[in-house]
Each structure stands twice: as structure tokens, then as C-alpha cells.
Design a protein around this ligand. Structure first.
Ligand SMILES: [Zn+2]
Length: 294
């Protein structure tokens, strides 16, 4: 089952990556001048290391899932739900415990942040950025997944279904694509939209600490971490690693978690004034390049 899951997940990753890369060519959000192949190469290196690191944890996860199902352990075994509601509730709980919660914690706990910030150092956010996670962050994510399986009592098929949806959403929300304003807004009422997640990739606080969700936006709305901002006002990356020599080099990125913690250059109260501001209606597909992203 592990081999099957890993193979299918790799195929889905490759398929959705190609689909959103094509879409980026048709409806780009920002015209970013960067070495796309080199950039993609760095980010794909991280997915290869992540898959390698996650294999033993995936083995534990599948067996844990099998065990909780046979012994009827976990929240889902305590209630009788119609199948469709069972699937929705199960996916929502998995989304909360394996995405929103660990993401929030990684932004608050300094040693965890140093692993996660490798993802945030990307100054050219596109669909490949979805895969840019330090192997150490992958270990943290897999531990949250195993805990989630025991709390929820998620059967293997539900865990696999959630993983497929989560991977696709991550590629979708990082993709450098411009959806019609109304469509993006409508999506963001229940799900994470591409524009919503771009706000999370702004280089300074307080926007970096908003929009933590992966599939559902309801967690951000519920816990007041939801934010909107005009995408054309955003600058991708992280203010503590503005030097390209540090964020565009594989060796440097791998050792970031073991370097000294760097406090945000911009204190939260001096962050962007457009925090929580509503986006102005705009249907322009191509926006003028942001100077710091050239
Ligand atoms: Zn983050």
C-alpha cells in the first residue's frame, strides 16, 4: 500500500505540477523575471528529499490508520454519519490538524520557524514553491499526520484522499495564476484561493502570519488569521533573508534551520497598512513587475 500511495502521489504531483505550470503560461498573475528552470530545479530538489524522508513515516501512518480503523479508535468512530458527511468532516479535521495547526505552530515556535522559513524565502512564488519544504519540516508534518490519524480515527482511504486533495490545493494556491476577481473571492469564502495564499508570502509582518490554511479558509476566518490585500502591493520572500545569495542557493537553504534565529526586520505594528484591507476590484491579468522580484 505504501508503494501504491507513494507512486500515485508522485504521479498526482507531476500531473498537477504540469497542469498549473501550463496555466501559469496562459493566465499569469505577475510577470516575474527569473531563471525559471533553475528556480524549479531548487524547489523540485526539495520534493525529492521530502518524499525520501517521508517514506518511513508514511509506513507508520498507513499502519496507524489501519490499526485505529480495526480497533475503532478516534472521533469518527464515536458518531454515526451519512457517508458524504463522514467524508467532509474527515477531510476538514485532517485539514485542520495536518495543515492549519502545524503551519500556525511553525510560525510561532522559533526552531520550527527556521525549518518552515525555507518555504518563505522564495521570492518567485509559483506552483513549484508548493514543494519547497526543508526535509526537517517534512518530518514535523508527518508527525502531525500520525497524531491526527489517532485523534480522528481516519481510515487509510480517507488519509489518501485527503493527501491527494491537499497536494492539489497546495499546487493551485501557489501557482502564479490570475483568476477572475469574483471567482477568487468566491473560492476564498470556503477554500483557500490563489490570491489569499499569496498574501501569506508577503515578506513582512503582519501579513506573513495570516492565511495559514491549505484546503479550507474557514480555519483562518474562525481563528481571525484571515487577511486580504491587493496582490499588486505584495512582495514575495522574507525580510530576514533578502539576499539572493542566501535564498537562491541549495546549500545555504539546507543549513538555514541550524543558523541563529533572525527576528523579523519589520515589527508587526509597523507592517503593511493595507492589512485586512479589502482588495480593489481589478481584472487586469498581468501586473507590472515588482522591483524586488526582478
Ligand atoms: Zn508559512
Amino acid at each position: 500500500m505504501i508503494e501504491l500511495t507513494t507512486t500515485e502521489q508522485a504521479l498526482l504531483l507531476a500531473g498537477s505540477f504540469l497542469f498549473f505550470t501550463l496555466l501559469e503560461g496562459i493566465i499569469p498573475l505577475l510577470q516575474m523575471k527569473y531563471k525559471k528552470i533553475r528556480h524549479t530545479g531548487i524547489n523540485l530538489f526539495f520534493i525529492v528529499t521530502s518524499i525520501a524522508v517521508s517514506i518511513p513515516f508514511a509506513f507508520i501512518a498507513v499502519h496507524s490508520s489501519d490499526w485505529v480503523t480495526r480497533h475503532e479508535v478516534g472521533v469518527l468512530h464515536q458518531v454515526e454519519l451519512p457517508k458524504w458527511l463522514y467524508v467532509i468532516v474527515g477531510i476538514m479535521m485532517l485539514d485542520f490538524i495536518t495543515s492549519y495547526l502545524p503551519h500556525f505552530v511553525q510560525h510561532k515556535v522559533k526552531w520550527m520557524w527556521k525549518f518552515h522559513l525555507v518555504h518563505h524565502t522564495d521570492t518567485w512564488v509559483d506552483t513549484s514553491t508548493a514543494n519547497r519544504h526543508h526535509p526537517g519540516e517534512t518530518v514535523i508534518s508527518m508527525l502531525f499526520l500520525i497524531v491526527a490519524i489517532f485523534i480522528i480515527g481516519a481510515p487509510p482511504w480517507l488519509v489518501i484522499l485527503h493527501q491527494f486533495i491537499a497536494v492539489t490545493f497546495s499546487q493551485f494556491t501557489h501557482a502564479n495564476i490570475s483568476l477572475p476577481e469574483k471567482m477568487d473571492n468566491a473560492i476564498s469564502w470556503i477554500f483557500i484561493s490563489p490570491n489569499m495564499h499569496k498574501v501569506h508570502h508577503h515578506h513582512t509582518q503582519p501579513l506573513t502570519d495570516t492565511n495559514y490554511g491549505n484546503i479550507f479558509s474557514i480555519w483562518d476566518r474562525l481563528f481571525k488569521t484571515f487577511a486580504k490585500s491587493d496582490v499588486s502591493n505584495l512582495t514575495y520572500g522574507i525580510d530576514t533573508y533578502p539576499d539572493q545569495k542566501e535564498h537562491d542557493n541549495m546549500g545555504k537553504l539546507l543549513v538555514i534551520p541550524f543558523e541563529e534565529y533572525r527576528a523579523p526586520a519589520t515589527p508587526p505594528d509597523q507592517g503593511d497598512r493595507d492589512f485586512q484591507a479589502k482588495r480593489k476590484p481589478s481584472l487586469k491579468i498581468i501586473r507590472t513587475p515588482i522591483p524586488s522580484q526582478q
